[in-house]
Design a protein around this ligand. Structure first.
Ligand SMILES: [Zn+2]
Length: 141
């Protein structure tokens, strides 16, 4: 009797936009650190895109005003696919704790927000939840 071989390869599911964020790709982290350096003396501001709970992309929204005082977001410019899970911005002062205005922003939208502080290296950033509480996020390759 011939042996029936099941050649069906399990289909890889397409990564779903968004998800409960647990990690960030090192490439995305490096991009935000470099973007923060490039924006000096101003703040850099962008949004975080995640797929299956991993932040893979940093995006600057068209029309985002970047100034020394505050970075203003144009939330109507967000992509409609739910991939945007939060924000990232820089603090040229070096202090990477959220300001009062930051807390208002975090509260409005998103589940993970990153502040990178000068000198913008791998040790000068912190992730926060929507309530401004520091939260861990794993850096993966
Ligand atoms: Zn801030």
């Amino acid at each position: 009797m011939p042996v029936k071989i099941n050649r069906k390869v399990p289909r890889r599911e397409k990564p779903k936009p968004g998800g409960a964020v647990r990690a960030i790709r090192r490439s995305a982290l490096n991009l935000m650190l470099e973007s923060a350096k490039g924006a000096l003396p101003n703040e850099f501001a962008g949004v975080l895109r995640a797929y299956d709970g991993v932040v893979t992309e940093v995006m600057v929204l068209p029309g985002t005003e970047q100034g020394a005082q505050a970075a203003l977001y144009k939330f109507h410019m967000l992509p409609a696919d739910r991939s945007v899970v939060g924000t990232v911005h820089s603090h040229p002062s070096g202090n990477y704790w959220p300001s009062g205005a930051d807390l208002d922003l975090f509260d409005k939208f998103g589940t993970v927000h990153i502040i990178v502080g000068y000198p913008y290296n791998v040790n000068s950033w912190q992730a926060y939840d929507g309530r401004g509480r520091a939260r861990d996020i794993q850096v993966i390759e």
